[in-house]
Design a protein around this ligand. Structure first.
Ligand SMILES: Cc1cc2nc3c(=O)[nH]c(=O)nc-3n(C[C@H](O)[C@H](O)[C@H](O)COP(=O)(O)O)c2cc1C
Length: 191
């Protein structure tokens, strides 16, 4: 059975550099034999998490859909953009909602436990968003997800892609797709 990988970009921007980067990593994952599904956060309209909202109005349908998507996948390939030295509110808000109880009453946190994840990031800046990876790694590990050491931070990302969304530098492309392939290998060993 092939490893099932869910890709997520922590930016919902139409031309998100992080979406483009995770797409390249996904090519590597597919090449290593994984089945890859793309979750576009722009398609899930979630309110900012608030426990009063949860108590009074329940868990939004979009969260239910994401929880079931998480349940069907073995590993996460996440592109984590950097806003002011950290990961984006969109990404954290999405993970916070998913961690809430599922429709059958089971724990949403269990959707993260035992999963494997890999992180990539892209930024026009010189550090490629690496600081957001540090924070996101800590969040995922707290949730019980094993974050593999293979990762990539793409600096000057606004100049790195061609019009078709391909990385111009073949060595960078190899390194990024290698992150996707490494995720498949580790997830397969743990399966
Ligand atoms: C509020 C805000 C804060 C930002 N802070 C950082 C930062 O700390 N470090 C960095 O490298 N880029 C920073 N950026 C630039 C983002 O990396 C850049 O907008 C990037 O393209 C966002 O990812 P996306 O292309 O996937 O949407 C910031 C952008 C915004 C809007």
């Amino acid at each position: 059975m092939s490893i099932r990988i869910l890709t997520i970009s922590g930016s919902s921007r139409r031309d998100s550099l992080n979406q483009k980067l995770v797409d390249v990593a996904a090519v590597g994952a597919r090449g290593a034999g994984a089945e890859v599904t793309e979750a576009r956060l722009a398609n899930y309209d979630l309110p900012v998490y608030d426990s009063d909202f949860e108590v009074e109005r329940g868990i939004p349908e979009a969260v239910r859909v994401l929880q079931e998507l998480f349940a069907r996948h073995d590993a996460l390939l996440i592109a984590t953009p950097e806003y002011n030295g950290g990961y984006t509110a969109l990404l954290k808000n999405t993970l916070d909602w998913i961690s809430r109880p599922r429709a059958d009453g089971s724990s949403g946190v269990s959707l993260f436990a035992g999963k494997t994840a890999a992180l990539v990031s892209a930024s026009p800046g010189q550090l490629g968003g690496v600081r957001s990876q540090i924070g996101m790694r800590a969040v995922l590990e707290k949730l019980g997800t094993l974050v593999i050491p293979e990762a990539f931070a793409l600096s000057a990302a606004h100049q790195a892609f061609d019009d078709e969304g391909k990385l111009k530098d073949k060595n960078v492309e190899l390194a990024v797709s290698g992150v996707g392939a490494a995720l498949v290998r580790t997830a397969a060993r743990l399966a």
